[in-house]
Design a protein around this ligand. Structure first.
Ligand code: DHE
Length: 796
């Protein structure tokens, strides 16, 4: 193939000369030039020029009685000759590289198919052979109509190249990507761009422009990607290697013909979305080492959004039926560059190399490996009671205000730091699970429960002078949530009595003794989706919240869209009320009265509300793209009364929902206000009843400046943000927490554990003035921070 690309001009010229000298006194109406080459290790004839350029053993065509010339050029290895046995015509043998020979002959008067082959039977046996189709002009070829074949080839090449992953291309199944420019009208746009003089590359025509943008994507950067100007280095420059010259030409011609060409490739030709099967390439293979690296990396980086079985949740499904049509190149480009929908740019962040994104892309096209289950017995085997209850302090041993401690996740250190909220001193740093996710406190505040992504739970006693882990257990391999029993009322005093962990894999929740972490009960969440009743093998447990009204946990089952109210008065025989809500339940918190629980159904763009007093669904609100509230923010809107707010991953806004069905019934459980933000990618929002501000981040914005920028919205004028600023010169700003009395806000600067000086910090602001008060530097990737008092009291 390389030979054709590099030498095609020279060869074509030589061939034409040869053809002009061709024999038998016939005048050719048509000329075909073929060379010899190797394709996938096999010797083949390759077309040179015109419609057969780059085609393997190309189909030649002639009208009945038409005179044609066929020229063969020796491409390098061996002696070759083209023979048409049924016509008894052949070229001379070509012995040396570059040597050519032609034969001119008349096609038979009857339509039909005639074989041609290499005169050397060994090469013929290896596959050097093709067909001359003799048919009237415009007649369909032996296999399919010529026009259809051209479009089909182009569509398949577009899919093979993985273009569908990043572009919208009419007529191409699955081409709905929004990373690169929309190519629906690319032909017209290019013409206008060249005409307007805004294009600065080398091309003179639409076709040349498209060739250039495929082969040298950064020669000219298109101005109009879906989320703003396109960036350099995003489009992979490797398509010219992935596609044959024939396919490349097909893609260019197809794109140049848009938008009209798409219709031609659409319903009439059988290539519409519904009819045409997506191109499915071979499943790429990986070495054992690559496979186990990809499996582990997927679990650590990707399973949270796409699911351990890759059935999709916050992120789309990544099963082979979805990934194979995107191909290695397309998938690797997404993994490297991220998407505006919230997919992190693992390559640009320096987490994965180009080669690693390709290994991951190959892994994703294979069937997901089945992860192991975990029984109660296995949980019990992992349980460590380090300090029995009787050996723990009976009153606080510290003079510090332990209720103003902040438990700070040091994500990549697998630790949490316990920081004194008054003095900013690190009181203790304790080992916890891998990539610690959240911390919750027991109802008294004395115990901190720290859950890692690996399902390892650590129990820390905050009454100790230097807080330490007093018990550990692993209840699953992949977890995100932990909660405690908080109810104290007529049905009993359950404070500090039980804990519950919510698992992504295996999909279950586990009830534990709250003082020792001894596993008591495991309950599977495998079930049926609330809407269609389809069985789901991996309905993951997202957030869990302890009701203040009843001895109940609100367990959000993500993929089935059910909110389970789990009564823990008899934890070995828990009763569960299943409330139908919305698919993809994720994170949420209570309103200011604590009667209502609001949870984001992130991929459904909804927030579901449960009345914890009546144990029923109170409402479902439509919000923006991919809401992500953390636990949300409760405040009084000057126009709409009490509201609870969520920012979004997928759009640049904060939306506030009315939460007062008594006095503002018309606003209850509706999005009543939208406050625009400078960017999307928000993860968290926070306020305090004493504060005049609502704080919001844009952590996952692909613009590094916005990713480290935070904004405040003034409660007195929430129509716009009051102020935005960068909290550091590196990393991402993430998650807020107030101190106990609501006078300070702590924000994490989430850095890179491998970059000394840029590993991360906590930045502390005076909430009244918004001035920076202090900075706790050199923390390893701080993310979530949980003030003991505020966490116990659900203040946010
Ligand atoms: Fe979280 C809360 C799941 C990525 C930091 N995160 C939660 C909760 C869930 C969840 C279900 C609610 C727990 C509760 O209230 O009981 N998080 C997930 C994911 O599935 C996701 C999207 C992908 C993943 O692979 O885990 C994810 N989360 C992240 C991060 O990348 C963050 C920023 C850093 C990290 O730890 O990896 C992160 N998540 C947090 C934090 C909270 C949280 C700080 C608690 C917020 C609060 O104020 O309560």
């Amino acid at each position: 193939m390389k030979l054709v690309k590099l030498g095609s001009l020279f060869l074509l010229f030589a061939a034409i000369l040869a053809a002009c000298g061709g024999g038998e006194g016939l005048v050719s109406a048509k000329e075909y030039v073929l060379t010899t080459g190797i394709e996938d290790g096999t010797p083949v004839f390759l077309g040179v020029g015109d419609e057969i350029n780059g085609a393997v053993n190309p189909e030649l065509r002639a009208e009945p009685g038409e005179t044609i010339t066929v020229t063969l050029i020796n491409g390098g290895e061996g002696r070759h000759q083209i023979v048409f046995p049924s016509l008894k015509v052949k070229t001379d043998e070509v012995h040396e590289k570059g040597e050519s020979a032609s034969v001119t002959f008349k096609a038979p008067n009857e339509a039909g198919e005639l074989e041609y082959m290499d005169g050397n039977s060994a090469f013929e046996a290896l596959g050097m052979k093709g067909v001359l189709v003799v048919a009237p002009a415009g007649a369909p070829s032996a296999e399919r109509p010529a026009g259809l074949y051209v479009n089909e080839l182009a569509v398949q090449a577009i899919q093979k190249g993985g273009c569908v992953a990043c572009h919208i291309i009419p007529g191409v199944p699955g081409a709905v990507g929004v990373i690169g420019p929309d190519l629906s009208e690319i032909g017209e746009k290019v013409a206008a761009r060249i005409e307007a003089g805004e294009y600065t590359g080398m091309a003179k025509t639409i076709e040349e422009y498209l060739h250039e943008s495929i082969q040298s994507p950064d020669a000219f950067i298109a101005p109009d990607c879906p989320t703003g100007p396109c960036g350099a280095g995003v489009m992979p420059a490797s398509l010219a290697q992935t596609l044959s010259a024939d396919e490349l030409n097909g893609v260019v011609n197809y794109l140049a013909s848009l938008p009209e060409g798409a219709t031609a490739a659409g319903p009439e030709s059988g290539l519409g979305e519904s009819e045409a099967p997506a191109f499915i390439g071979d499943v790429p293979s990986l070495t054992d080492e690559e496979f186990s690296w990809a499996k582990q990396t997927f679990f650590e980086r990707c399973a949270g959004c796409h699911g351990t079985l890759r059935k999709g949740a916050t992120g789309p499904a990544l099963t082979p039926n979805v990934t194979l049509p995107k191909g290695t190149v397309g998938l690797a480009a997404i993994i490297f560059n991220g998407t505006t929908g919230g997919m992190p740019d693992w390559g640009k962040q320096g987490v994965l190399t180009q080669a690693e994104t390709e290994v991951m892309a190959k892994f994703l096209q294979n069937e997901p490996p089945a992860p192991p289950e975990m029984s109660l017995e296995q949980m019990k085997a992992s349980w460590q009671l380090i300090t029995p209850v009787t050996e723990r302090p009976t009153e606080p041993q510290t003079a510090r205000d332990w209720q103003n401690y902040f438990i700070v996740t040091l994500r990549d250190a697998g630790q949490v730091a316990i920081i004194d909220g008054d003095t900013y001193e690190i009181v203790s740093t304790v080992d916890s699970g891998y990539a610690v996710h959240i911390t919750r406190m027991s109802a008294s505040g004395r115990y901190a429960y720290v859950i890692g992504r690996d399902g390892r739970l650590a129990l820390i006693d905050l009454w100790m002078e230097k807080p330490e882990v007093v018990a550990r257990v692993q209840t699953c391999y992949d977890a995100r949530s932990v909660e405690v029993s908080k109810y104290d009322g007529p049905e009993g005093d359950f404070r500090d009595k039980y804990a519950v962990t919510g698992c992504y894999w295996p999909p279950h929740f586990a009830i534990l003794d709250g003082q020792t972490l001894e596993p008591m009960k495991v309950v599977s969440t495998r079930s049926y989706t609330f809407d269609t009743g389809a069985y789901h093998p991996e309905p993951r447990v997202a957030s869990i919240l302890a009701s203040h009204y009843k001895p109940e946990w609100v367990v959000n089952v993500k993929e089935t869209g059910q909110i389970w109210l789990v009564n823990y008065t008899d934890p070995l025989n828990p009763s569960i009320k299943m409330i139908n809500a919305a698919l993809f339940l994720h994170d949420g918190g209570v309103d200011s009265t604590k009667r209502y629980f609001l949870v984001a159904a992130n991929q459904s763009n909804k927030v579901a509300v449960v009345d914890l007093k009546t144990s029923s669904l109170a409402g479902i609100a439509d919000v923006g793209a991919v809401p992500h509230p953390g636990r949300g923010a409760n405040w009084i809107d000057p126009e709409f009364g009490p509201v609870w707010s969520t920012p979004h991953l997928g759009e640049a806004s904060v939306m506030s929902l009315g939460t007062d069905p008594e006095s503002h019934a018309e606003n209850a459980w509706k999005a009543v206000r939208t406050t625009p933000l400078p960017g999307s990618g928000s993860l968290f929002i926070k306020t305090h009843p004493n504060s005049q501000w609502v704080w919001v981040d844009m952590t996952l914005n692909s613009d590094p400046v916005l990713a480290r920028t935070i904004c405040v919205i003034a409660k007195s004028d929430p129509s716009q943000v009051y102020k935005c600023w960068e909290i550091g010169t590196y990393g991402r700003a993430v998650h807020f927490e107030y101190n106990r009395d609501g006078t300070e806000v702590w924000v994490s600067l989430w850095g890179d554990a491998a970059k000394p000086g840029e590993t991360g910090a906590i930045v502390i602001y005076d909430d009244a003035t918004l001035e920076e008060k202090a900075r706790i530097d050199n923390l390893i990737t701080p993310t979530g921070k949980f003030n003991v008092y505020n966490t116990v009291s659900d203040i946010y």
